[in-house]
Design a protein around this ligand. Structure first.
Ligand SMILES: [Zn+2]
Length: 277
C-alpha cells in the first residue's frame, strides 16, 4: 500500500496521469455546463408563475378619450401572429368589457394559449360613452362610423371626417402598431356573429363554441368592420351579444362566450375545453 504522499508524487512525475486526472473532470464539467446553459426552447409553460407575472404588467394606456379617460390595451404574448380583441366601441353595449377583461385573465393564467401569438385586448374603446351610457363618444359621434372605409359618410353623427375623434385615432394607431391578423369586436344586442372582409372562416370557427348564429348584417358606412375587413382585408368578426347579457354575473358571461373568445385566439386551431379553468 503506497502512502498518499507517494501517490501525489507519482502524479507529479507522470504527466499523462496528471493530464488525465485534470482533463476528464474538466470535460465532464464542460459537457454538464453546456447542457445547463443550452437555450430553453421558446415554449410557454402554463404552470410557471415566473412566466405569468410579466404579462400582468402588460396593461398600458394607448391614448385618451375626448374627456381624457384612458383607453387601455392589454398586450399578452409576443408571437408573430397578432390578434386584436376589443369591446364597447358603442358605450351603451358594455357586456363585452368584462368578457375582454376575463379573456386577459384567462390567457395570463393559461399562457400556452398564447403560443405563437401576440394578443392585444382593448376592454373599453369608448370610455366616455360607457360612463354616460351613450352609443357615441362625448362629441356624440358614433365611433364605429368614424373610420376611413370606402363606404364612409361624413356627417355630424359619423364625424365630419374619418378619424375626427381621438378614440377612433387610438384604435387606428393600434391597428398600425400591431397589424392584427384578425380582429374580434364585441357589441350588443343583435344576438349573432357578423363578419366583414375575409372573416367568414373565423366567424364559423367561433360559432362552434357559443350559441350565437352567424348573420351577415352588411357593412355599415365607415364602420371598423368596413374599414378593417373590406378596405384592409383583415378578417374581422363582430360578436353581437344578447340584449341583457350586460346584466349577467361575469361567471355566466364567461360560461356563455369564454370558449368562443379563446377559440378566436387559438384560431385556426380548436379551443381547449375551459371546464375547471
Ligand atoms: Zn354596437
Amino acid at each position: 500500500m503506497m502512502p498518499p504522499c507517494r501517490q501525489s508524487q507519482i502524479a507529479q512525475i507522470n504527466p499523462t496521469a496528471s493530464i488525465t486526472r485534470v482533463l476528464i473532470p474538466c470535460l465532464v464539467a464542460a459537457v454538464w455546463l453546456a447542457g445547463c446553459q443550452a437555450p430553453a426552447k421558446p415554449t410557454i409553460r402554463g404552470t410557471d408563475p415566473r412566466l405569468v407575472r410579466p404579462t400582468l404588467q402588460a396593461r398600458s394606456t394607448a391614448g385618451n378619450s375626448v374627456e381624457n379617460r384612458p383607453i387601455e390595451t392589454i398586450v399578452l404574448g409576443n408571437g408573430p401572429k397578432s390578434v386584436l380583441v376589443m369591446a364597447t366601441i358603442h358605450g351603451n353595449e358594455p357586456a363585452g368589457t368584462p368578457l375582454a377583461e376575463m379573456l386577459a385573465v384567462h390567457l395570463t393564467r393559461h399562457p400556452t394559449l398564447l403560443a405563437g401569438k401576440t394578443v392585444v385586448i382593448m376592454p373599453v374603446a369608448n370610455p366616455d360613452g360607457m360612463a354616460a351610457n351613450t352609443r357615441g363618444n362625448a362629441n356624440g359621434v358614433d365611433l364605429n362610423r368614424n373610420f376611413a372605409a370606402e363606404n364612409r359618410e361624413n356627417t355630424p353623427a359619423y364625424g365630419l371626417s374619418a378619424l375626427s375623434e381621438p378614440e377612433s385615432r387610438v384604435i387606428s394607431q393600434v391597428l398600425t402598431l400591431y397589424q392584427p391578423d384578425h380582429i374580434v369586436t364585441i357589441h350588443q344586442p343583435l344576438n349573432c356573429i357578423d363578419y366583414d372582409g375575409p372573416g367568414q372562416q373565423l366567424a364559423e370557427h367561433m360559432a362552434e363554441y357559443c350559441d350565437l348564429p352567424i348573420r351577415k348584417l352588411g357593412a355599415r358606412p365607415g364602420s371598423l368592420g368596413a374599414f378593417a375587413g373590406d378596405t384592409l382585408k383583415i378578417p374581422i368578426v363582430t360578436l353581437e351579444l344578447k340584449p341583457n347579457d350586460h346584466t349577467l354575473p361575469e361567471s355566466q358571461l364567461w360560461d356563455r362566450y369564454g370558449t368562443a373568445l379563446v377559440a378566436a385566439i387559438t384560431y385556426p386551431r380548436a379551443a381547449p375545453s375551459l371546464l375547471g379553468q
